[in-house]
Design a binder for this molecule. Structure first.
Ligand code: MCN
Length: 803
């Protein structure tokens, strides 16, 4: 039969010779972004627009015993006040789209609390007023009492029998128990046996502290209702997914809801979310029939936008005396916070596939408990699951090296996948397609000036210098480019993995590219223009990239998981190829030649062997617009649409090396030098790639050294401002020596691998390994992140990991 086999490999796409691809083009979007000329969501002002403010719970766990909003209603300029009870019928539940196990417990997540609050910052009432300040001022007129309930904050006690429960409706604080077992029996028996037989075992407990995505532009949403339809502008990473989810939660038919993500000032995973406030803005706009705006304050953002990480990791490794690794066993407690948000449960589960890193483990078992606590929910934060895994494996490889008396790099070399072993199927079932770990490592050692720094380290040790020096490695890989749909489906991921693009050739030969990816700082307008300029042979300046509006690009799966180039960029390549095919037929007609006799180079169709008989693709666009005569069976357009769904993830890799100075008298840690060599396959724009690596390094180093969301014993976030939550400035970070090797990906025709999270995933363990290497001879074998001076000092002078 003629049924198309969806699994059949697609015909290979042919790439035009690279002229633009590989150029360090300045980003065309930057002028409007950095001058603030663009339309950020909060800049939107609509006639008659009202403002929404939330009264947020000051208690982490309690029953609402009394809630009186009448005085707030009488405040000047207040239009309406709503409580959870007012909206109980229509508010539905914030969706969780990644049920990692069939029996996962999800107690539901109201957008606004109805009778109980489960974390500080949960909304309990909404004031709608004519001005933002009037709405905020009226909040103080609301009278609310809570009956306190016991607060559950620590995961290790939350999972014990008899612990108070976050949710009355559940029988324990455990949402799910997810197991990945690489053994044939799936029972862990082969891993247990490998541990029993091993000559050496090392066990560690690592803490991944809670982090806050801390995007530059706070969350903001504007909803405009017009009779039965709604336009929602939101500072979101996921306009397409948000539209589907918001339609299903509110009952607004999807075709009556248009979602626009205008320029968005950073997300880092923190805007990969369906926010309660987005749903509430829709509900209030529907009730009042008026445009509604909500923009969070920085304090609200830090306190209520989802957080990241927050895991306790128990990691065991087994090896032979010669250093050959035999088995890896991982048990995680992952803090979900009070509710399951969009992909909360999936984030730690995704790590399951990355713990073995680049090493050839024969046996592996992973278990993870998702645990409820009275804290803001966790969810995606740059790397989502993979930084945690990379940290654990790269840290424990160092500890194993110490146990064996081996050089940490030698141990890695002994166990990593060699360049001639690709494609390599790992113990976790992933097929790594390409790379050369030795080459990247060699290059990084040279960039760092390794030998001199080791010599200096020795000198400082021998002379008991108060400032000690350490060197730490991270030889990492990661799975990104989220896609492929089939694999994501097998992991219960709630969305497909494909991406779409369409190309509209305008009559004057200018080109509009509509992409389903949704940049929020990554420079897609520039990179996609470079791809199209090469494929169509048109000038870079003639390409405009449109995105982030469901009325313009109706199909898309948005931007996260470093997927946009390898999936979305490839859809653009495929759409361009279709444009050329269509234009070829029309050019042949215009040139009175056969299609087979035409060659297409540099944007021109020429008849082979007939000099002078040629027409540019941009001229074809005008000809078809003005045409009265076009070939039979051909539409008067050379527009096209394409989707791409790769066969595999993309696996960037690299070697990151940190040299760290530690002042043993003050505990002050300072990065002396940082060198990294990343392999992201074909590089479309080296400037963007370097910028992405720098940004990722800043965030990965921040986890190691600066950032931590801290709750006090009552569940108050004590790091609720940028005075207390320490994001690094440029002055806190070193110069980065970066380099690249290029081993093309085999899963997309560009040969590209994702880069958006690489720096963040790789850097954290390199920094911590360096810090421990500096002071290990002084008795320190663990340091808890972040490496504050106090913590490092305590570890040096009082023992332990610094607390
Ligand atoms: N690129 C390239 N060559 C490659 C790989 C990528 O030129 N081999 C370019 C791409 O064309 C794109 C950029 O690098 O312009 C990032 O591409 P990609 O790796 O596909 O990542 P995404 O565009 O899908 O971005 C997502 C990723 C993630 S998951 C987070 S988190 C993150 C990040 O991007 N958040 C960011 N980088 C960010 N950068 C900014 N400024 N703001 C954020 O919120």
């Amino acid at each position: 039969t003629a049924v198309e086999d969806p699994a059949a490999p697609e015909t290979p796409v042919e790439l035009a010779p690279a002229k633009e691809i590989g150029q360090a083009r300045l980003r065309k979007e930057d002028a409007r972004l950095i001058t603030g000329e663009t339309q950020w969501t909060d800049n939107i002002v609509l006639p008659g627009m009202l403002h929404m403010a939330m009264l947020r719970s000051p208690v982490a766990h309690g029953r609402i015993t009394h809630l009186d909003v009448s005085a707030a209603k009488d405040r000047p300029n207040v239009v309406a006040v709503y409580t959870g009870a007012d909206l109980a019928e229509e508010q539905g539940s914030i969706p969780c789209a990644w049920p990692v196990t069939p029996d996962m417990v999800n107690p539901g997540h109201p957008s606004i609390a109805v009778d109980q609050v489960n974390h500080v910052g949960e909304a309990v009432a909404i004031v709608v007023a004519r001005t933002r300040t009037a709405a905020a001022d009226a909040l103080e007129a609301i009278d609310v009492d809570y009956e306190p309930l016991p607060v559950v904050l620590d995961m290790e006690t939350a999972v014990q029998d008899g612990s108070p429960l976050v949710h009355d409706s559940t029988s324990s604080n455990t949402s799910y128990h997810f197991v990945f077992d690489a053994g044939e029996a799936g029972t862990g028996s082969d891993t247990e046996q490998a541990f029993a037989d091993a000559e050496v075992t090392v066990s560690r407990r690592f803490v991944q502290q809670r982090l806050i995505p801390a995007f530059m532009e706070p969350r903001s949403v504007v909803v405009q209702p017009t009779r039965d339809s709604y336009t929602m502008w939101s500072a979101t990473q996921i306009p397409h997914i948000l539209r589907v989810m918001a339609a299903s939660v509110t009952g607004i038919p999807e075709h009556k809801l248009r979602v626009i993500a205008p320029d968005v000032g950073g997300g880092f995973g923190g805007k990969l979310q369906v926010n309660p406030e987005e749903i509430l803005a829709l509900l209030v706009a529907r009730r009042l029939g008026k445009p509604i705006k909500w923009t969070e304050t920085r304090g609200e953002s830090l306190m209520t936008a989802h957080h990241g990480r927050d895991q306790v990791q128990f990691v065991d490794v087994a090896a032979d005396r010669d250093g050959t690794v035999k088995a890896l066993r991982v048990r995680l407690l992952a803090d979900m916070g009070a509710y399951l948000r969009l992909i909360t449960p999936g984030v730690p589960a995704l790590g399951a596939f990355m713990f073995p890193g680049i090493y050839k483990f024969p046996a592996y078992r992973f278990e993870c408990d998702g645990v409820f606590t009275n804290k803001v929910p966790t969810d995606a934060y740059r790397g989502a699951g993979r930084p945690e895994a990379t940290f654990a494996i790269e840290r424990i490889m160092d500890e194993l090296a110490v146990e064996l008396g081996m050089d940490p790099l030698e141990l890695r070399r002994k166990n990593w996948i060699n360049a001639d072993e690709f494609p390599f199927t790992t113990v976790a079932g992933l097929q790594y397609d390409s790379g050369d770990y030795a080459q990247a490592t060699q290059q990084a050692l040279e960039l760092l000036g390794y030998d001199e720094l080791r010599a200096e380290q020795k000198r400082r040790r021998e002379s008991n210098d108060p400032v000690q020096l350490g060197i730490g490695f991270s030889t990492f890989t990661e799975m990104c480019g989220l896609a492929p749909s089939r694999v994501l489906g097998s992991l219960s991921f709630g969305a497909g993995g494909w991406e779409s693009a369409s190309i509209r050739m305008l009559p004057t030969g200018k080109v509009e590219v509509v992409t389903g990816s949704t940049p929020h700082g990554q420079g897609h307008e520039t990179a996609w223009s470079q791809i199209v300029a090469d494929q169509l042979g048109v000038p870079f300046e003639d390409v405009e990239v449109l995105h982030g509006d469901t009325a313009i690009s109706s199909r898309g799966l948005d931007t996260y998981g470093s997927r946009s180039l390898v999936v979305g960029g490839t859809a653009v390549v495929k759409a361009a190829e279709k444009v050329v095919q269509k234009a070829r037929a029309i050019a042949a007609h215009l040139l009175e030649a056969s299609e087979d006799d035409l060659e297409f180079t540099g944007g021109k169709f020429s008849v082979k062997g007939t000099p002078g008989a040629s027409i540019g693709i941009q001229e074809v666009a005008l000809a078809i617009f003005a045409a009265h005569d076009y070939p039979e069976g051909i539409e008067p357009s050379i527009d096209s649409e394409a989707t791409f769904d790769p066969e595999n993830f993309s696996f960037p890799h690299g070697t990151h090396i940190c040299a760290m100075e530690i002042d043993t008298e003050t505990g002050f840690a300072k990065i002396r030098k940082y060198a990294c060599v990343d392999d992201v396959g074909t590089i479309v724009n080296p400037l963007i790639v370097e910028g992405q690596v720098h940004g990722g390094l800043a965030q990965g180093i921040a986890q190691a050294m600066f950032e931590e969301a801290i709750y006090d014993a009552e569940g108050n976030l004590t790091t609720g401002s940028f005075v207390d939550y320490l994001i690094p400035s440029a002055a806190d970070l070193p110069h980065f020596d970066t380099g690249n090797t290029v081993h093309e990906a085999t899963s997309n025709p560009l040969g590209a691998k994702g880069v958006g999270e690489a720096g963040c995933i790789a850097s954290t363990p390199a920094v911590v390994n360096a810090a421990i290497d500096a002071v290990r001879h002084l008795g320190v074998s663990e340091l808890r992140m972040p490496l504050t001076p106090e913590r490092v000092w305590r570890a040096l002078h009082e023992g332990g990991d610094g607390g």
